[in-house]
Design a binder for this molecule. Sequence first.
Ligand code: GAR
Length: 205
Amino acid sequence: MCNVNQKRLKLGVLGSGKGSNFVAIAEAARSGEIPVDIVLVMSDSPDAGILDRAKSYGIASRYLFPGNSKTRLEAKEEQNYITALKEAGAEWIALAGFMRILKKDFLDAFPEKVINIHPSLLPMFPGLCAWKQAINYGVKVTGVTVHYVDSGIDSGPIIAQRAVPVKKDDTPETLHQRIQIEEHKLYPAVLKELALGEKGKYTLT
Ligand code: GAR
């Protein structure tokens, strides 16, 4: 359980999909397992499940138009995202299935405080559907990575990783399901370390 005097990590979560990683973080925060307050959930997709899931936890959630690019936030829209997150009091940003590249302005607004979860052992298989890439390549082990975000695609300093074996009879769906089980443990564990520690003093590997 958390020490009540402890500083709590004010977190903004960005996602484009169903939001199961958001739920894992929200559950860990609600149970007191991690000293995290999710102050805002934002999505670039008005129909994303993550927005409904945030509502069900009573957490503020917003769709914000991302601009016309399919792969990144455009400059003006990126400023809108920054403003909304700052106004909500977000100090750290967790990308939880947010499928757009963030640029320098966003990263400069939250220096060394933007993290991402990716369903592979980076630097293997960045980009879309990493679990399918793993099956197509034929690797025997893949996994999960949580890392600081830089302006590349699923790149930046690695914080923690977990391995997931690929089984002979895995389909992309069964492999992604097992990867997600590890994601849902690793993301809250990393946030707990970030809330408790200083950079470079992590005990996770
Ligand atoms: C997760 O598997 C996450 O690792 C992945 O999107 C999924 C979102 O699931 N992210 C990436 O591929 C980032 N390149 P969720 O909406 O259930 O959390």
